[in-house]
Design a binder for this molecule. Structure first.
Ligand code: PMP
Length: 353
């Protein structure tokens, strides 16, 4: 008897590999999580939803879209939310790509890109990062063909850390035909301090084909509740909403997201301390002799090549994120754990340097 057969496109798609857990959660520097708990007032507002979980959530996400509309001074029809920006990306690619199309993105970049892209049946075109771990936008523009439907630009780039410069992205967009969507994935935008960094929202105002992805998982510290969103022209936002399973973002998550938007001052203070910690780690690692690329997210990247897996194992009990044959990404976590990691990195150099 033959067993059910999934689509051929799935044959080469790996299961998404989450960052390794740690016995003590504070030691988990493998998933770019926020070490702080929910912002003030968030638990209370979310808890008001607990007593009514017999009801379906607001599928129209009206309160969330209204709050985002206010924050960005755009109409609510410019937004499409989902269970994390990763789900929004899956929906966007499903809505716009199919077999025969091409999706262009830099590599190495976010691990979910190949999965989301390949799942559509479209062909993936990976453009290698430059030696300094930045996007090679000239090569990405050259990779565009009449089959290209979507280009993914991750700034700051996960896992390597550098931003895409605004002027470079402006130049790039001038070369991209208007019918091709350019996704500017700004999952870590709140941590960016480089004044030359790309401003996706400014580009959105000038280019109908730009889609900005944002998330409540990183700076806002709501990774466990799963809320992310796209900001796009209304027609594109609508295509994403159509391709998203209804009722996916719970009222609990919507309430927590909206409450988080009301805590901007506390958010800024937390983000600032994470940025300070990032700079402390970066300086310490560079002083030890590591060649660390610019780090503009809540993580740093060590180029370890074939030593990546061994290095990650040597970091125990600190859990970091290795990419075999390439490098290791370390999230900025609790200061004491960051310091412990920095001394483990020094120890590695003594043994292997
Ligand atoms: N984009 C990038 C670049 C990311 O690193 C992540 C999370 N690792 C996401 C999107 C997705 O985040 P979420 O689904 O939690 O919103």
């Amino acid at each position: 008897m033959s067993s059910p057969r999934s689509r051929k496109a799935l044959d080469d798609i790996p299961l998404y590999k989450p960052g390794k857990t740690a016995a003590d959660e504070n030691f988990k520097l493998s998933s770019n999580e926020n070490p702080y708990g929910p912002l003030p007032g968030v638990m209370e507002r979310a808890a008001t939803q607990l007593g009514r979980i017999n009801r379906y959530p607001d599928a129209g996400m009206t309160v969330l879209y209204d709050a985002l509309a206010k924050k960005f001074a755009l109409g609510p029809d410019h937004f499409a939310a989902g269970t994390g920006s990763v789900a929004v990306l899956f929906a966007l690619l499903n809505a716009h790509c199919e077999a025969g199309d091409e999706i262009v993105y830099a590599w190495r970049s976010f691990e979910a890109y190949p999965i989301a892209a390949d799942l559509t049946g479209a062909t993936t075109v990976r453009v290698p990062l430059r030696a300094d771990a930045t996007h090679d936008l000239d090569a990405m523009a050259d990779a565009i063909t009449e089959r290209t439907r979507v280009v993914l630009v991750c700034t700051p780039n996960n896992p390597t850390g550098p931003i895409v410069r605004h002027s470079d992205l402006v130049e790039f967009l001038a070369k991209v035909p208007a019918g091709i969507i350019v996704v500017v994935d700004e999952a870590y935008v709140e941590f960016v301090r480089d004044p030359e960094a790309a401003d996706g929202l400014a580009l959105l105002a000038e280019h109908e084909n730009v889609v900005v992805l944002r998330t409540f998982s990183k700076a806002y510290g709501l990774a466990g509740l799963r809320v992310g969103y796209a900001i796009a022209q209304p027609s594109v936002a609508e295509s994403i909403r159509k391709a998203t399973a209804p009722f996916s973002v719970t009222d609990l998550a919507q309430a927590a997201a909206v409450a988080s938007l009301d805590s901007e001052a506390e958010l800024s203070a937390r983000v600032e301390s994470i940025v300070k910690e990032r700079e402390t780690m970066l300086t310490a690692l560079r002083d030890q002799g590591w060649d660390v690329p610019e780090a503009q997210g809540n993580f740093v990247w060590l180029r370890l090549g074939d030593d990546a897996m061994e290095f990650a194992a040597a970091c125990d009990p600190v859990s970091v994120r290795p990419f075999a044959g390439d490098g290791v990404r370390i999230s900025v976590g609790d200061p004491a754990v960051n310091a412990e990691f920095v001394s483990l990195a020094a120890g590695w150099l003594v043994d292997h340097g």
